[in-house]
Ligand binder design. Structure first.
Ligand code: LMR
Length: 427
């Protein structure tokens, strides 16, 4: 702009080197949480972020986690040294075994695993790693997917084109499996990545059936698509860790597909702020796995050096002790059970109010979220009633409790009647 660097008049705002930085939009999920916090209304409901809340609407430290925290605090051998770059080994191994179901030694030799900054860090590391190794042209993500998937790939693999496969059928609030398969069959190219949610799809709460998963795996094989699983809800969706890992294990059991998995322990251990996660690669042979892992460790060193220890220590402690693991599985059942009960309660209230539309999808969907089918206009009208959910219509069901579910249903009933627009066709 006519100045040499030395001549730049540094005290005026307009000459900042960052003056032309594009202002980015705020994150819709965290932004909405902040908006909810600011609402002074006494009676309000947050169905915003995907975090578990107990019957009183409070964060829940899992009893098993609490117990283990005490044990760790009292252990004189506990220290705060650096972890290896691949993370806390007992954690990494337990995370792998939980996901893949105690894999055989020959399968284990083909799985490379390392600890990450929760699921987000795992997706980020995976995006960067696959970008550098496979140079994919495209990644296929479900329409819709977790908003951060887009942001992570924008940042970590900006040259990979993001394409969407149909997933949600807004007419029926269910899976558009035919549309998904037809689009991928027609438009996906060999070498493309495909992002799949292992269970409890975020944001729709709709998962493929086992038969449909088999067909998706067939398609990946036939079309040479590279599966990238995001597993953020293992055990949290059904209450059963094996059931929720079925899709990943099925893909692996075929022995024909190489794949990667991003794994989060935020939801199933309630360790949101501790950022506990792992990234796994299943390679065709041990030598390739070793090479891949060496690159992953190299990327990890350059990005974070080594992951944080505290949360990983808690998870490892629990998963490596049979009794504690059983207790944790009970905690999982409490969380998934309460969410299922709240789905039924909301559905029951809407039925009692004879709210226009068919609301069965609320009970049929799975995991943390319901894609309610409410329009953006209806969601904004709900905000005036002090009920907060994403403008996509995604509701985080654990924000409901027996205290507020009636109020939420009444508000939904009101906005649906006022708009004259029912989310799903009447049965
Ligand atoms: C969500 O989707 O609400 C959660 O996974 C939290 C997040 O990081 O977006």
């Amino acid at each position: 702009m006519g100045y040499t660097r030395e001549e730049l008049p540094i005290h005026t705002k307009s000459t900042s080197l960052f003056h032309n930085v594009e202002t980015m939009p705020g994150d819709p999920i965290f932004g909405l949480m902040a908006l909810y916090a600011k609402d002074p209304a006494e009676k309000k409901a947050s169905l915003t972020i995907g975090v578990y809340r107990d019957e009183e609407g409070k964060p829940w430290v899992l009893p098993t986690v609490k117990k283990v925290e005490k044990m760790i605090a009292e252990d004189v051998a506990t220290n705060h040294e650096y972890l290896p770059m691949e993370g806390l080994l007992p954690f990494v191994e337990s995370a792998r075994d939980l996901l893949f179901g105690n894999p055989s030694p020959s399968l284990t030799s083909r799985i490379g695993s390392l600890q990450t900054i929760s699921g987000t860090g795992a997706v980020h590391l995976g995006a960067r790693f696959l970008n550098d190794t496979l140079s994919p042209k495209r990644i296929w993500v479900s329409d819709p997917t977790w908003g951060n998937h887009h942001a992570i790939f924008d940042v970590a693999a900006p040259n990979v084109e993001q394409k969407m496969y149909p997933y949600y059928d807004s007419a029926t609030c269910s899976l558009n499996f035919t549309g998904m398969m037809e689009t991928l069959e027609r438009d996906a190219q060999p070498g493309d990545l495909i992002l799949l949610h292992a269970c409890a799809h975020n944001p729709t709460g709709i998962d493929p059936t086992k038969e449909q998963w088999e067909k998706i795996a067939d398609l990946c094989e036939r079309k040479h698509l590279f599966p990238f699983f995001d597993s953020a809800y293992q055990g949290f969706a059904s209450g059963d860790v094996d059931e929720d890992a079925w899709a990943v294990r099925h893909f692996v059991s075929r022995g024909t597909l190489e794949l990667v998995v991003a794994q989060s322990f935020s939801k199933n251990f309630g360790l949101y702020g501790q950022r506990v996660g792992a990234f796994h690669i299943v390679a065709a042979d041990q030598e390739s796995k070793d090479k891949a892992l060496s690159l992953l460790i190299h990327l990890q060193r350059a990005e974070i050096s080594n992951p944080p220890v505290y949360g990983a220590r808690i998870v490892a402690f629990i998963l490596r002790n049979e009794e504690l693991k059983r207790e944790w599985e009970q905690d999982l059942l409490i969380m998934s059970g309460r969410i299922k009960a709240m789905r039924a309660a909301l559905y029951g209230e809407l039925q009692a109010l004879q709210t226009p539309g068919n609301w069965e999808h609320i009970v049929n969907q799975n995991g943390m979220f319901s894609y309610t089918g409410l329009s953006e206009k209806q969601v904004l009208a709900l905000r005036k009633e002090h009920i907060y959910l994403l403008t996509s219509g995604r509701a985080s069901i654990s924000g409901l409790n027996s205290e507020n579910v009636k109020m939420v249903a009444q508000a939904i009933d009101k906005v649906v009647r006022e708009s004259g627009d029912a989310p799903a066709p009447a049965a």
